[in-house]
Design a protein around this ligand. Sequence first.
Ligand code: FES
Length: 168
Amino acid sequence: MSNDTNRRDFIGYSFAAVAAVGGGFALVGMKRAWDPLPSVLAGGFTTIDLTPMKPGKPETFEWRGKPIFVLKKSESMDNSERDLIVGKERFTVAIGLCTHLGCIPAWKKDTWKCACHGGQFNASGTQTFGPPPRPLDLPPFSVEGNTIVLGNEGPEFKKIAAFLATQA
Ligand code: FES
């Protein structure tokens, strides 16, 4: 074998080695691009601690890009089969989008009012006025101690969802 041939082989092997390393990096890069971002994984579930909630003062959380209303009901608010009961407290959990055309209703005194076309929902999320065709929708959730986890379908969610299905 001539020196020239050895040299050509060496260059050939070197090129193959560089290409293999480059291909490896490319595969790692592609995997990173295909894997869901950490923020997307984290966005699948939202945990809400119910402990600090004040009666009659709803709070809005975000889950999968949607507003979620959680209201700890006060003594003066009517009970509903839609209520989520945790300990001795009753809560309304609802997707905060008007069931007419999707605007975000605002809480005024004891009612969610939709500014778009005047729709209203009471503290249990039931439509009471205007064009909304049904109650505020229910997000999937499960209950773990004094927290709710949005994104899981727990037994409490299934019970309320079954009740809402009878109202449709
Ligand atoms: S979008 Fe709320 S009443 Fe029309």
